[in-house]
Design a protein around this ligand. Structure first.
Ligand code: COS
Length: 385
């Protein structure tokens, strides 16, 4: 399928594909096995200007948008979801600054983010606040020129590796969702430390840690937007980023499909390559059709996000839920097509299947995405009367 990309978009695709094939594929199994953060690959991505794709030119970025970011994320995800998660979480952490930062905050932080000099992480989740994002218990109390943060954030991607954190905390716990605020917190701020590194089923090349705030003094000018806007900052950030999780789904599905086809052409049973059997062909046909459908939806939604449309919650949730459910099915079926070999670590599809599972969980479970879509359908119906 030709999606009629511009020359610039084709350039991003080719560059990301080249990095994925030359730098990621050779080390992905080792990174997974050793649960190692891909420092060298992050350096290559920085040198290739990949961190600046979605950041405006005036802040040192390439001035592109969600579609170009999705193109890069898809290519990296085709090779390794752990690497692409480390890369994409950086965008997730940056959106609060991009969408709600003051001119001063943007000038201070975005150039270092665009150049890849400083990594970013987004911190919303807590032990008692996952799907129920408004249930966060980390507090931020105003004290003169500072906010004093107390609490623990859980399962933060890039935790410890990132230099900049966008953190949601309660400035007025009595007001629920309307009592949350968003802050920029820099690594090294007194009272800010990191907890244990989590051991995960998949995406093991990405780092997941606790963030601990113990009377952490954050300058008052580091608030994003106004007091009470934190929940909106979080929701708008997720609306913006979820299509990128869809792109991760498309990438890993394509990677698994490629492996399954390659294997099925070589594997001989009953005197013939197994790809000549209709049972296998039908599985591959369904895998290819679903992957292409997911890709079409992700690109369309990314273009819609880039149009500046305000009502992106529903399409973003649709792209996320569809493409990541496809990723789970296609990676699982790739293991099935490859049989016993697919289950062995010698081939990459068992890792792809383990990795794909997180896509149905993070940045809002797929059940929450269906809630978001359902709520929007109700609102649209009420508007129509
Ligand atoms: N954009 C703008 N405003 C939004 C919004 C959005 N996408 N979603 C909700 N809001 C607003 C609502 O309009 C409401 O405003 P008012 O108080 O003025 O009425 C407020 O935010 C609270 O919304 P709501 O009542 O719908 O919040 P809930 O607590 O019911 O939670 C869900 C809504 C479940 C959708 C939300 O908590 C969520 O997205 N959870 C998943 C979180 C997640 O993705 N976690 C992953 C961690 S980050 S990797």
């Amino acid at each position: 399928m030709d999606y009629f990309f511009t020359e610039e978009q084709k350039m991003i695709q080719e560059l990301a594909r080249q990095i994925a094939e030359e730098k990621v594929v050779p080390v992905r199994a080792e990174l997974d096995e050793k649960e190692e953060f891909p420092h060298e690959i992050m350096k290559v991505l920085a040198q290739s200007d990949m961190f600046g794709i979605f950041i405006p030119e005036e802040y040192g970025g390439l001035g592109m948008g969600a579609l170009e970011l999705c193109i890069a994320v898809e290519e990296l995800s085709r090779a390794c979801l752990g690497v692409s998660t480390s890369y994409a979480a950086n965008a997730l952490g940056t959106y609060p600054i991009l969408l709600f930062g003051t001119e001063e905050q943007k000038k201070k932080y975005l150039p270092d983010i665009a150049s890849g000099k400083r990594l970013v992480a987004f911190a919303l989740t807590e032990a008692n606040a996952g799907s129920d994002a408004a249930g966060i218990q980390t507090t931020a109390k105003k004290d003169g020129d500072y906010y004093i943060l107390n609490g623990t954030k859980q399962w933060i991607t890039n935790g410890g590796e990132a230099e900049i954190y966008t953190v949601i905390a309660m400035t007025d716990p009595s007001r629920g969702a309307r009592g949350a605020s968003a802050f920029i917190v820099e690594k090294g701020t007194p009272g800010f430390s990191f907890g244990k590194k989590e051991k995960k089923m998949g995406i093991r090349a990405s780092v997941t840690r606790e963030l601990i705030f113990d009377n952490c003094k954050v300058p008052k000018e580091n608030i994003l937007g106004r007091e009470g806007m934190g929940f909106i900052v979080a929701m708008k950030t997720l609306d913006q980023s979820r299509v990128g999780v869809g792109a991760q789904g498309v990438g890993v599905a394509q990677g698994a499909l490629d492996e399954a086809i390659r294997f099925a052409r070589q594997r001989v049973q009953f005197g013939k390559p197994v790809i000549s059997f209709q049972a296998v062909q039908h599985m591959l046909a369904d895998m290819a059709t679903l992957t292409e459908a997911a890709r079409s939806l992700v690109y369309s939604v990314a273009r819609y996000v880039d149009s500046g449309a305000k009502d992106i919650s529903k399409p973003s949730a649709m792209a996320k839920v569809f493409a990541t459910d496809v990723a789970m099915k296609v990676t699982t079926d790739a293991v099935q097509v490859m049989g016993g070999s697919g289950y062995m670590r010698e081939y990459p599809v068992e890792k792809m299947m383990r990795d794909a599972k997180i896509l149905q969980i993070y940045e809002g479970t797929n059940q929450i995405q269906r809630n978001v879509i359902g709520q929007e359908l109700i609102k649209e119906a009420a508007r129509k009367g």
